[in-house]
Design a protein around this ligand. Structure first.
Ligand SMILES: *Cc1c(COP(=O)(O)O)cnc(C)c1O
Length: 393
């Protein structure tokens, strides 16, 4: 059985490319060229040099001694929080903007929810002196002022979206609309393993440097290149897909996935797409979606803005369905507990998204000799307001 994408962009029944006619030529050109361009030696060299000297890769693999003692197992943290701009997202932004340049595109657009992907994309556009527009819901603009100001300082135009609930899915719709109007000069940089084929596969490949590094680092530290368990959170699924990528066919590695249960999966206030979602089409691909009986997309909720998406990358819908991954629904409360625990025991303040992954330690037991790797997708600076609120209450 293969967990990689087929030639039409499907993982089992999930994936594909459901796009308006006007974008057909663009998506087709990307599909025809992405692998060829990504595999060119000069692309690889440029990409790897930027990852090293600009983003700060490889990120450390840290043995968390006190956390390991507490859970009586061997826990390593993959420190994606140490990347430039504070999370794994810069890796994907660098990859896609390099690709856009090689395809002769001069104008970059992106969608953003919490603003993390917007900041990563604006950062890379500043680096290359490229025009950058970031679509962002008005509600999100109001609650994520720091990221909005960062994007502006970086020279990007933040375009407020006032349709629907004025959040991520609405911003994505407007970005797609822009792309339809400007198919010739514009490249749409998508922030996760979602969207029409080839985006999910392309993003997974860019992020796969995470598992490439884990293999090398574990070989050095443990004398074998794979863990028994790999743990990651999923919003759209890019940090998890990158951490899993080179282990997809190694069944000795068990994948544990954390999705956002918000106030609880039965409360109507969650983003637990794999637990609650039904098959449908969102933003260009067939996947699991949180939707009402009559197919309207339900507004997701999570304490963590980065996991607050009503869909899920098709690769994760597929590996969960096939039993290749085990999915945990992690509540806001479990998440906060995990965040304070990591901070107290290891001196690392994690992002709220990453804290969902860390909370799996409270749910699953491990053997003392197990090697457990947790992908710490980002740092907690952006979440301090939330932490302060709960710290003093
Ligand atoms: C955006 C984000 C996520 C969620 O996105 P994925 O594509 O699922 O990885 C997770 N962690 C952090 C720190 C983020 O910024």
């Amino acid at each position: 059985m293969s967990f990689t994408v087929d030639k039409d962009g499907y993982y089992g029944s999930f994936g594909g490319a459901y796009i308006p006619e006007i974008l057909y030529a663009n998506v087709e050109a990307l599909k025809e060229n992405y692998l060829k361009l990504m595999n060119e030696a000069s692309f690889q060299e440029e990409f790897n040099t930027l990852l090293k000297d600009y983003a700060g890769r490889p990120t450390a693999l840290f043995y968390a001694k006190r956390l390991s003692e507490k859970y009586s197992t061997k826990i390593y943290l993959k420190r994606e929080d140490l990347n430039h701009t504070g999370a794994h997202k810069i890796t994907n932004a660098l990859g896609q903007v390099l690709l856009a340049r090689r395809m002769g595109k001069t104008r970059i657009i992106a969608e953003t929810g919490a603003g993390q992907h917007g900041v990563a994309t604006a950062t890379v556009c500043a680096l290359f002196g490229m025009k950058c527009l970031v679509y962002m819901g008005k509600t999100d603009i109001e609650r994520q002022q720091l990221n909005v100001q960062k994007m502006r300082m970086l020279g990007a135009e933040v375009v407020p979206v006032t349709c629907g609930n004025m959040t991520l899915k609405d911003a994505t719709n407007d970005a797609i609309r822009d792309w339809c109007c400007n198919p010739k000069d514009t490249f749409y940089v998508i922030g996760s393993t979602i969207g029409p084929h080839p985006y999910p596969d392309m993003v997974a490949r860019f992020q796969s440097v995470i598992s490439e590094e884990i293999k090398k680092q574990l070989q050095e530290k443990e004398g074998r290149d794979y863990p028994d368990y790999l743990i990651a959170c999923v919003g759209g699924g890019s940090n998890a897909a990158g951490a899993f990528y080179h282990y997809l066919d190694n069944e000795s590695v068990k994948f544990l996935v954390a999705e956002a249960a918000g106030k609880g999966i039965d409360t109507g206030m969650s983003a637990a797409t794999i637990h609650l979602g039904k098959e449908g089409i969102i933003h260009g691909c067939r996947t699991l979606i949180m939707q009402t009986e009559d197919g309207q997309i339900e507004e997701p909720y999570s304490i963590s803005a980065g996991l607050d998406y009503p869909g899920i990358g098709p690769i994760h819908a597929y590996i969960a369905k096939e039993g290749r991954s085990q999915v945990f629904a992690i509540t806001d409360e479990d998440t906060l507990k995990a965040a304070f625990e990591l901070t107290e025991l290891e001196g690392i303040i994690p992002a709220l998204e990453s804290s969902h992954a860390l909370a799996i330690l409270q749910k699953q037991s491990f053997k003392p000799e197990d090697i457990v790797v947790i992908n710490v997708s980002g740092r907690g600076d952006k979440d301090m307001e939330t932490y302060i609120q709960h710290f003093f209450n």
